[in-house]
Design a protein around this ligand. Structure first.
Ligand SMILES: Nc1ncnc2c1ncn2[C@@H]1O[C@H](COP(=O)(O)OP(=O)(O)OP(=O)(O)O)[C@@H](O)[C@H]1O
Ligand SMILES: [Mg+2]
Length: 441
């Protein structure tokens, strides 16, 4: 006997758990399709819905049942898993057989007295996805999974036991997840799919959504909140190749230059990007594993060569001491402390400028790592539901950050906000930097 989506009076079960699904979530719970594909906006209630569905399956009468919660990483798989764990702790304590945190495994006594197991798995370790036949699988952030994971690992786990799958995600371009979604639009009776924007969740504050609409580039908002399947999306920066037509250029006397400096943390690179007033990238230096004094020297020499370029520098963490050393070495540096908000403003500014095609990047042949980083920089959703941007897993983002810092300075926003607020710099070199900046405008 295996657990099927409707083997339990789910409505009563959910009521016992204190979960009242909204209309959209109810449709998903009521579906009996073998493969359900939920392509809905951020904060729509996908994770909650999937967690409750998984718990219902685990409680359904069966001699033995096993289900997996899979995400592109453990953190993402944990979202659904933790929600289940919480509901178990609050409402189903008497059913717990064992909870093994380290293995991300819960064993429960189901309604027939049988043993049900729930496990959380990460798709970035495909070896862990081998093995047993499953009664059900839930995939969170499914659109961000490599297609091969679904095709070669997960879907096959369901064959033996005729298990069901629930894939939830915000859309991310038109990959395999979009294909599965299309199957669910009447093309295959085994599939059913839903596509709803965030504002389909009646519990969500519409003002918050509107605020995000104003803050995010339009494409991103349409994808993340509007749940639209857009061509070539997920990427933060558009027009990267179109903008990559430039060459390295030597300094020109009298020209004004601006720099952006991203300092290496542990594994990554230190990158210095220099642009001229027309936002043409004229010089990039990228290095790692050299000591601080050499780094300071190398940056100082480059900045000085480019007419004492004013360099914007991330001063969080290890950045601060090197910033101080640069300032003491006579470099014209300006600090840019990173917070979630300031970093997001920086990235958005770069995205807008690439969107407007007002930046000239070096050709891909001469700056391959920079172009690659820009193209693989992605939007994703944080645990708290905010959209954040960053390098795709396993990629660097030092070139992106350095470029963003370089083009931040000549932006009108910088002049208006940052400069006006910085009229009381603490130390002499900071005052000097502000004065030099003022003279440039
Ligand atoms: N039916 C419901 N009743 C009460 N609260 C709900 C319900 N559905 C979702 N929520 C709450 O709304 C918020 C968003 O839900 P959830 O995390 O499931 O959305 P999501 O679509 O997975 O979001 P994200 O795209 O950020 O992963 C959470 O705080 C969740 O607890
Ligand atoms: Mg979620």
């Amino acid at each position: 006997m295996t657990a099927k989506p409707n083997d339990l009076n789910k409505r009563a079960f959910f009521a016992d758990l204190g979960y009242v699904p909204h209309t959209g979530q109810r449709e998903i719970h009521e579906s009996t399709a073998r493969c359900r594909v939920v392509a809905c906006g951020v904060r729509w209630g996908k994770t909650r819905c999937a967690a409750m569905e998984g718990l219902a399956a685990a409680m359904a009468p069966a001699e033995r049942s096993i289900g997996w919660v899979v995400g592109p990483t453990y953190d993402l798989a944990d979202r659904v898993f933790r929600e289940m764990q919480l509901a178990v702790a609050n409402h189903l304590r008497h059913r717990i057989v064992s909870i093994k945190e380290s293995e991300r495994r819960i064993q429960l006594r189901n309604m027939a007295g049988g043993l049900s197991e729930i496990r959380a798995k990460s798709a970035d370790n495909p070896n862990s996805l081998l093995g047993e036949g499953l009664d059900w699988v839930i995939v969170d952030e499914a659109a961000r999974l490599k297609p091969s994971i679904w095709q070669s690992h997960l879907s096959q786990r369901l064959l033996d036991k005729q298990g069901w799958a629930l894939l939830i995600s915000t859309p991310n371009g038109k990959g395999y997840f979009h294909e599965l979604f299309r199957l669910g639009q009447g093309r295959d009776p085994d599939y059913q799919s839903w596509n709803r924007p965030s504002w389909g969740n009646p519990l969500l504050n519409t003002q918050d959504i509107e605020r995000e609409r104003g803050r995010l580039p339009e494409q991103v908002f349409r994808e993340q909140y509007g749940a639209e399947f857009l061509e070539g999306s997920g990427a933060v920066f558009r027009n990267v190749r179109e903008c990559a037509t430039g060459e390295w250029r030597p300094p020109i006397p009298g020209e004004t230059y601006f720099g952006g400096l991203d300092l290496a943390k542990v594994e990554d690179y230190t990158v210095l990007v220099i642009v001229n007033r027309r936002l043409e990238v004229v010089f990039v230096d990228r290095f790692h594993r050299i000591d601080w004094s050499q780094q300071v020297n190398r940056i100082r020499v480059a900045a000085r060569r480019y007419n004492n370029a004013l360099v914007n520098c991330d001063t969080t963490g290890l950045g601060d001491p090197i910033y101080e050393s640069l300032a003491q070495a006579g470099c014209c540096v300006q600090e840019y402390p990173f917070t979630q908000r300031s970093k997001s403003a920086l990235i958005n500014n770069l995205a807008m400028r690439l969107e407007e095609k007002v930046i000239v990047l070096p050709r891909p042949e001469i700056w391959p790592e920079g172009i690659d980083e820009l193209e693989s920089f992605q939007y994703s959703v944080t645990d708290s539901g905010h959209v954040r941007s960053g390098a795709a897993s396993g990629r660097h983002d030092d070139c992106v950050i350095a470029l963003a810092l370089a083009v931040w300075q000549p932006s009108p926003r910088y002049r208006r906000v940052t400069f006006m607020r910085r009229l009381a710099p603490i130390s002499m070199h900071r005052r000097l930097a502000a004065a030099r900046l003022r003279n440039r405008w």
